[in-house]
Design a protein around this ligand. Structure first.
Ligand SMILES: [Zn+2]
Length: 166
């Protein structure tokens, strides 16, 4: 026991490079990825699939905890419905932003008809609603939200401003 403690003390945290915890969108295993490798198409240590696919991921009650509460990445949520014409118009903008901004951000789609409980928890009152979320060890928190479709440049500007990157 004493020996174990000494070993731990001898190897300080510098041995552990800066890294980000994020959940695999396929199997929901939380991976720890060194920050320098986030942009190198990291794969899940358990299922071997890509941690970033270049496509928005459907947010569900089944994956919400892993993707929102156990991941340290900024997450952008597009709350939409199939009957909402502005939502359909915004979908290609959201997908384009996903292609440009992963792995800096994770992009999630919340189908408010398929996931009414999640929609209620996020207090979605108009569509589309865009939510900037910051995951973290404390469980994460909402950073900003806006309602209504935005053109791509305005959407990317809103994201940068929301996270203090502008
Ligand atoms: Zn996986």
């Amino acid at each position: 026991m004493h020996h174990d403690r000494k070993v731990t003390a001898r190897y300080p945290r510098a041995m552990d490079p800066a890294s980000t915890r994020l959940a695999c969108p396929h199997c929901l295993t939380v991976n720890r990825v060194p920050d320098g490798r986030l942009g190198e198409d990291p794969a899940c240590g358990r299922c071997g699939k890509a941690l970033f696919t270049g496509l928005p991921i459907a947010l569900t009650r089944g994956n919400a905890a892993a993707l929102l509460l156990k991941s340290e990445l900024p997450v952008v949520i597009d709350a939409w419905a199939g009957w909402c014409a502005p939502c359909r118009g915004f979908a290609p903008v959201f997908a384009a932003a996903c292609q440009r901004l992963e792995p800096q951000f994770r992009f999630l789609k919340l189908d408010t008809e398929a996931e009414p409980q999640l929609a209620a928890e996020f207090r979605i009152q108009s569509l589309p609603t865009l939510i900037a979320w910051q995951g973290g060890r404390d469980g994460g928190h909402e950073v900003a939200r806006t309602s209504g479709a935005l053109p791509l440049p305005r959407f990317m500007q809103w994201l940068a401003e929301s996270y203090g990157l502008a």
